[in-house]
Design a binder for this molecule. Sequence first.
Ligand code: CA
Ligand code: CA
Ligand code: CA
Length: 283
Amino acid sequence: MHRFHRNHLTSTSGFTLIELVVVMAILSILGALTLAGLSGAATKSKQETTEFMINRLNDAIMDWYEDYEDLAKPGGLVTLRRRMREEMPDSWAEVFANPASPTTATGRAYSRYRASGSSHANFEKYQSAECLYMIITRSGRFPDFLEDIRPERIGDIDADGLKEFWDGWGRPIAFFRWAPGFASLVQPITSATGDPMDVDSPPADLSAYPLLPLIYSPGPDEAMNDPLSGPDGYGLTTAASGWPDSALASICTFNAGGSGIVGSPKPGDAYLDNITNHDLMAR
Ligand SMILES: [Ca+2]
Ligand SMILES: [Ca+2]
Ligand SMILES: [Ca+2]
């Protein structure tokens, strides 16, 4: 025993400086790999959280959208699109300031909700995200929606009392009801396929576009344009003031070849990593 013990000590004290340096180098490499792995996992988790939120919102909005298609009747396209605008607004300009003005109970509920934040300085910031939250929580159509939404996925980034749904990075999830400039696998930007709500035969407006709602996050770059120059650009072009307006042509016809169309990318590449319901639907 005694001999064995002495041999053991001799062996332990035999570590050289070189060996220690090698061990420390290996440990530092392992540590760096672990940190990189954790960072990658965190990004993946935020991505998954964002996809979960957008999928849930897409399910709700598209369920309602498809009901509008069922309501379509000959000669009714303008009326239907106007009602859709009243019940699915994506800007405060589309919500009546006077609760007596809307034609639907939903529109009147929105009008009262709008009044709760309209005097705040940040009222117009992030308004499409605020409108999306209002549609989900004030239309009366989605009473169970919030049940599996974590509290930290709802916030008020501009502190105006009007909440927004947030993505995995804590950015408001934006909404364009009609985004004809947004090219995707599920929404062609040409009028070749027509407007599915135009059931006239022949269609009343051959140049109408399919106008699929767009729900999206700015993605990992968290790139949000200056809220003052565009309420929530996220690398996409937002609506001009008052767009679209009343006549069929201005509701459903767009210049797909021009610039500044709602949903089209702004110069730069901030839109490239955006996470959209169109991408998720196309998977
Ligand atoms: Ca706001
Ligand atoms: Ca807000
Ligand atoms: Ca982005």
